[in-house]
Design a protein around this ligand. Structure first.
Ligand code: NAD
Length: 486
């Protein structure tokens, strides 16, 4: 196997778990590159105990002392961008360029956490004569984050740096499909001088997630993954009286008008739908064509063909996920939708490994099909087109989607762009941008079935999630003048 077996990371040590192990295969070749343990409640309990032990000393440090360790960590990641990206490439399948961009994003997220001493400073005010109120950010204690496969390095950096910078100790659960990257993260945090027990990893699947939701000493849980699991986690964690922020799936609508810039729109939409093989919660999923936008659609078909599987286009994460996508395309075709580009057919055997899980870009045109596009998330390089007669109708269609992660407008008309931004029911809006990810210090988070819980997962909004405010009100007797020398 290319990588050693994945271990849990508890109290600064990689530890074996005696329970069952499953294979980790590379979507690039189908080859088994490692194995990962399916840990149990007892493993989560060990990690929580280590975190509880580390908490008094870690939370007792000043926030500036904690951020110094994150500065060092940031430098270590910077020095290892390529080697980290190679691991992400192997286990997730994304291209090296995409993996490098992911690690660079983790660096930006860490930089935000380094600035927490400048942001989370609290307040002070003399609220009546001689009476002072002061508020300060206090950590929660032991917290946990549960992660998806599609960004094995960046998504943990949405949560871990901010949570620990604020003084919490954390238990991370990676996706069992992409667990190797998290081990690298542990090694680099240790190298940066993070005290043992502040950061812990428990690998596995459903049992670990349930243990995290149930463990009485875990105070807050963040989750990123599909909507059905986000709902399960949110319900279970909050019924156990924990704080929970659970980010779910998406089906992002792009409202495209005839006046949109042809070249820029087509290349931007192609990049959005094909990047990471469409396995991004911010990927372009649906075009609502307002009026005649056929020239843009024709250009889009040209652009997506540049995303050659195995070259610019990575594989799908698993054989099963690839088959689900193929089934979706076949059902759409059988319902009368037209395939403008059919990703089931591509021939470049000299580039891709025959055992990799590749699928080409696919464009499904539902206009004139007489059938309705399903509202479910597709999560692959599959882009769907539906029609609207007006921007109002397009917005009404967008509102019918259960999700609300991102929505975009493609137009040169500022008033229409503003109308879409104001009225779309989504947390992140793009104007002529297919992947409208807000960059730091702005926060990341969707609406509706794309997020359960209050606030966003990154940026200033996340500070409230990973901390609690302590308010101190003080009054002192008037000081008599004392001559201490007499
Ligand atoms: P997933 O929901 O299958 O898995 C996410 C995590 O939940 C994993 O750690 C997994 O082990 C665990 N899990 C899976 N099934 C479970 C169950 N029945 N009970 C308890 N835990 C369970 O998601 P995925 O396939 O890893 O990731 C892709 C999904 O994540 C897509 O839906 C995508 O839109 C979403 N996503 C959303 C965002 C966002 O910001 N909203 C970001 C990235 C990914």
């Amino acid at each position: 196997m290319k990588y050693p077996e994945v271990k849990n990371y508890i109290n600064g040590e990689f530890v074996s778990c005696t329970n069952q192990r499953i294979d980790v295969d590379s979507p690039l070749t189908g080859e088994i590159i490692s194995t990962v343990p399916l840990s149990l409640y007892s493993d989560v309990d060990l990690a929580v105990k280590a975190a509880l032990n580390a908490f008094p000393a870690w939370s007792g440090m000043t926030s500036k002392m904690r951020s110094q360790i994150l500065y060092t960590y940031r430098q270590i990641v910077e020095q290892n961008v390529e080697s980290l990206a190679a691991v992400i490439h192997d286990e997730n399948g994304k291209t090296m360029d995409e993996a490098i961009a992911e690690v660079r994003k983790s660096i930006e997220l860490t930089e935000f956490a380094c600035s927490i001493p400048q942001i989370a400073v609290g307040d002070v005010l003399e609220v009546s004569l001689g009476v002072e109120c002061r508020s300060e950010y206090a950590p929660l204690g032991v917290v946990a984050c549960i992660n998806p496969f599609n960004f094995p390095h960046m998504v943990p950096h949405w949560t871990v740096p901010n949570a620990i910078a604020l003084g919490n100790c954390i238990v991370l659960k990676p996706s069992e499909l992409t667990p190797v990257t998290a081990m690298k993260m542990a090694e680099m945090l240790k190298q940066a001088g993070l005290p043992d027990g502040v950061f812990n990893i428990v690998n596995g699947a459903k049992d670990v997630v349930e243990a995290i939701c149930d463990h009485p000493d875990i105070k807050a849980v963040s989750f990123v993954g599909s909507t059905p699991v986000a709902q399960i986690v949110y319900r279970r964690a909050t019924s156990n009286l924990k704080r929970c922020l659970a980010l779910g799936g998406a089906k992002n609508h792009l409202i495209v008008l005839p006046d949109a810039n042809l070249e820029l729109s087509a290349s931007d939409i192609a990049a959005s739908m094909c990047g990471s093989a469409g396995q991004r919660c911010m990927a372009a999923s649906v075009m609502i064509a307002v009026g005649n936008v056929n020239p843009i659609i024709e250009q889009l078909c040209v652009e997506v063909k540049k995303y050659i599987p195995g070259k610019k286009m990575p594989p799908i994460i698993s054989k099963l996920s690839r088959q689900k996508l193929v089934n979706y395309i076949t059902e759409a075709e059988n319902s009368g939708a037209r395939l403008l580009v059919d990703g089931r057919k591509f021939s470049n055997d000299e580039i891709v490994d025959a055992n990799g899980y590749y699928l080409g870009p696919t464009i499904i045109d539902w206009r004139n099909s007489g059938a309705q596009m399903p509202s479910e998330e597709v999560f692959g390089p599959v882009f769907e087109i539906i029609a609207a007669k007006s921007v109002e109708e397009a917005l009404a269609i967008q509102h019918e989607s259960p999700f609300g992660n991102a929505a975009s407008a493609f137009t040169q008309n500022g008033a229409i762009a503003k109308m879409v931004a104001q009225n779309a029911s989504a947390g992140m809006i793009g104007i002529n941008i297919g992947v409208p990810v807000p960059r730091e210090p702005f926060s990341f988070g969707g609406w509706n079935a794309s997020k359960f819980g209050a606030g966003d997962i990154t940026g200033a909004s996340s500070l409230g999630f990973w901390s609690q405010l302590k308010k101190v009100t003080s009054k002192w007797a008037k000081q008599e003048i004392t001559d201490w020398m007499s």
